[in-house]
Every structure is written in C-alpha cells, then in structure tokens.
Design a protein around this ligand. Structure first.
Ligand code: BMA
Length: 316
C-alpha cells in the first residue's frame, strides 16, 4: 500500500477566493464551481444558492484565475421549470468539458426534480446562450462529467447513480452516447470501498477527467459517515487512455481533506467539493476549484507530475 509522505495539494493563501458577500445580488452561498479556460481567461460556473434554498449557476471570469473576478450581474444559467420540469427545485454542481469536435462546451449538471436529483446536459459556445439537451440520466444520479473526445465514435460520461440497494452503497459509472442525448452501455467504473476505508460506501467524480500521458486523471470524493456527520475527502485514479472503462489504478490514501476553518465550518461543515480544474498550456500546475463547506469557493494547486507519481505506486 503506498503512503503519502508530503502534501500534494496546496491551498491558495487568499481562500476563499469567492464568497456570498462579493456577489452582485443577494445569495446565501457560492460554491462547488465548474471551471474552464476561455482563451486566456478562467471562467467558473459557480453554484449559487439563493435565499429560497434553491440553486442556479452563475459565471465569473478572471484574467489570472485568482483575482479580479467579473461576476455576471444576474444568474447565467437559471432553472427553467416551465420548459424543464426536472429543474423545479434548482440546478447544481456543474462540470464543464470543452468539446473541440463541435466547437462548444458541454455542461453536465444536477437538476433537482420532484423525483430526486438527476443529470442534465447543456451546450454553449459563449456562456451566455445555452442549448439544453434535457435530462440524460434519471434520478437519483449526480456528479456527472463528459470526456472531451469520442471513443470509437461515441461520447463517454462518468456519473453516479444511487439506489437503496446494498444499504445505499454507490459507485461511479461510465456510459456512452452517439449524440450526447441518448446514453447506454452502462458499466461500473470505480467502486466505493468497504468498511473503514475513507471512500467506503459513497464516492463521486469531482472535475471532468483530464487527459495525461499516463491515462485519464480522475479526482473524486469519498464520503465517510461519522457520528458527527459526513466527511468529504478527495482521492485520485487513472483510467486507460483508449479504453476509459479500464481502471489502471487509484490512490489508497486521500490527497485532500477539510482542515481549515472555512472547510470545517459552514452550511455543511467538513466538505471539500471540487467540480473544476484548469491546466495552462503545457504547464505542470493544476488549479483546482472547490466548494468549501457548501458555503464558499476556494482554490488549491497541485503538480500534475506529483499526482501521477503518487498513482504510479498504486493498484486498481
Ligand atoms: C452532495 C452534493 C454537493 C454537496 C455535498 C455536501 O450530495 O449535493 O452539492 O456539496 O453533498 O453537502
């Protein structure tokens, strides 16, 4: 079993980089951000919970991904229950994937329907107008993101269905689609572990899979139920580049966990929840954007080389 001898992920000293007090309109919390690069700029699609308890998504842009955020003055992607009844209780936790083939970004997000949370997809080429694909996975399902390219002609998506089967023990799944709308060939991709493991029972994808020389890099959360509530921690995994259904390896230890006051305390304490990361050009430095305690938006950095080094010593 590999051990982690030094910290792989470094918090930005200016955390939280975004909170509700900075919002141009009333908001309760701003968290679980998706991230992408638009030209040289960093764009985050932040989950904003308003004072009804429901969420929408708002874009914010920064030249350096850290400061000078220009936050859209109103919700960028708001629930549209009139045309999409599955969005009746809001939309949450987006993940953005650039699809070069169609020249658009695909956004996978959680739509909160009367039947429970489900996965919806919308496409955009400017983060102002959105083309909704509608619901693509029935409830209960969340934590979905697309791969940026097709495999043998089909798009691929990771997601996390949940059922009461096996006392609610849930896994990450992989599905395929010819057109981004119809999904099938579903298979279990990464299983939650059992017993005392940090990622026993409940896991889910963080940011979209990242293509590296060694395979598709996965950052995922594991949820530990404790007497004091849930603890969200993060681990790494690697999937085969040409056959993403093949898990090459995963980290035994978690690589990031709630430690600071802004991660420990908030609307839901002891939660770190990344939904996006960016890598500038050929640089080795990953910027990881995460929600802290379901309250604010934070940034941490990590070396891609360090992540792959840790995974080299681990098994599937
Ligand atoms: C998960 C998601 C996240 C949230 C987390 C902790 O199920 O709903 O949006 O951050 O719980 O509350």
């Amino acid at each position: 079993m590999q051990t982690q001898t030094h910290r792989l992920i470094h918090r930005h000293p200016g955390n939280p980089i975004l909170d509700a007090s900075m919002w141009p309109y009333p908001a309760n919390s701003v968290f679980n951000p998706a991230a992408t690069l638009v030209g040289e700029e960093t764009l985050l699609l932040v989950r904003v919970e308003d004072r009804t308890g429901m969420s929408h998504l708002t874009a914010t842009r920064s030249p350096d991904g850290v400061t000078d955020w220009r936050i859209d003055p109103q919700p960028t992607l708001a629930p549209d229950p009139k045309h999409h009844p599955e969005e009746v209780w809001g939309i949450e936790d987006a993940r953005i994937t650039r699809l070069e083939e169609i020249g658009e970004w695909a956004i996978a997000y959680t739509a909160y329907s009367k039947g429970g949370p489900l996965v919806s997809i919308a496409c955009t080429d400017d983060f102002r107008k959105f083309r909704r694909m509608g619901p693509v996975m029935p409830p209960e399902n969340k934590d979905a993101a697309l791969f940026p390219r097709r495999f043998k002609g089909r798009w691929a998506m990771i997601h996390r269905p949940a059922t009461a089967f096996m006392q609610g023990r849930v896994h990450m799944w992989l599905s395929f689609s010819p057109d981004l709308r119809h999904w099938g060939d579903h298979k279990i991709l990464i299983e939650s572990r059992d017993g005392a493991w940090w990622d026993a029972n409940r896991i889910g994808l963080g940011p979209p899979p990242l293509e590296t020389e060694e395979g598709w890099l996965i950052l995922y959360h594991g949820v530990r139920q404790t007497a004091a509530g849930c603890l969200y921690r993060l681990g790494l995994a690697l999937l085969d580049l040409e056959d993403p259904a093949r898990l090459i390896c995963r980290s035994d230890s978690w690589v990031f966990a709630p430690e600071t006051h802004y991660e420990r305390t908030g609307d839901v304490g002891s939660v770190v929840f990344p939904c996006g990361w960016t890598l500038h050009g050929k640089s080795d430095l990953l910027s990881i954007y995460y929600g802290a305690a379901d309250t604010s938006t934070c940034l941490a950095t990590a070396s891609l080389k360090d992540f792959l080094g840790l995974l080299k010593g681990s098994s599937a």
